[in-house]
Design a protein around this ligand. Sequence first.
Ligand code: FEO
Length: 390
Amino acid sequence: MFRKIKDDIYSVGVIDWHRKLFDELIPLPDGTSYNSYFIQGQEKNAIIDTVEPDFDQDFLDNLEQAGVEKVDYIISNHAEQDHSGTIPVLLEKYPEAEVLCSAKAKSMLLDLLELKEEQIRVVEDGETLELGGKTLEFIDTPWVHWPETMSTYLQEENILFPCDFFGSHLATSDLYVEDEAEVFKAAKRYYAEIMMPFRKIIKNNLAKLEDYEIDMIAPSHGPIYDNPEIILDAYHDWVSDEVKPEVIVPYVSMHGSTDDLVNYFINSLIDEGIKVKPFNLTDVDLGNLAISLVDASTVVFGSPTVLTGPHPAAVYAAYVANILKPKTRYASIIGSYGWAGRMTDKLLDLMPNLKVELYDPVVAKGHGSDEDYQEIDRLVDEIKIDLENL
Ligand code: FEO
């Protein structure tokens, strides 16, 4: 299968309808795709990014169907194997091809794939490659997943090929974005899980792209944006320092005490007209929690005490929140214990990356006394004041 984007520009990647996890960690409720692009110039041609190695034969079939008889350049915007993993197979079939990538990507490709050093040429930020009537420009866009990432820009058509940047894990037969709400959610999930830890660097990358006229963004996961403003505006919003007045409540309860406290907290927030999103950690899609952390102002964890510490489900969620580095401004903890413990300290120790103002946690002995519930009222009041002043 291959699809024409413009004259001499084709989508030749594959759709992975059934993949459920990425990195054996990230849930993929909607599958994904590994997009690859073939650009034919008057003299030379190029393939931009390849596909997950499990799909190598499908990829070669696509190229054959597209009539690709020789390949001059393989551009590797990103060394992760879902985009680079089929380069060795491609080089076997097209041994004359030269792999072009950033300096950091070269050492990664040598580490990750069995390539020979002489098969790879490093390209610099701003360097151009003439294919004949089609000019590719390489733009350093680091940390749009890994440190070596770059984007490729087709000058004559104003098409940006940014690999993971602006991508979405979404298996769809739509070549272009058609259902904007569906793609927005998938792209936000993707940003939350892949890009959010590098928010400040991504802000710089977005600023750099403002020097380019971009009519189309063709990422290496998910559909192509033929109206790129949708995703550019969304990214500007997500990387900004602004937060939304929302309280995220990831929680777990064993015997109902924490559950009662958390429910009282949630209902009190609703009574105050405050938007709240609870996530029961016994049955949570961490991707949905990550999406909420993209722009929520406040997170309040709920956990009972297991032995002397937090429940392992809360530990997992706190660890994930910490590595994603959301721009959350306020945090607290609600929980319970039976006899003793350092649940709150241990949970907070897991989240040094959250640069938050901490409200005093509310931790009840057993099912909670009237005083504990008054403490939750105090917590809601403090949250309300801060959200009114955002
Ligand atoms: Fe789609 Fe970072 O690989």
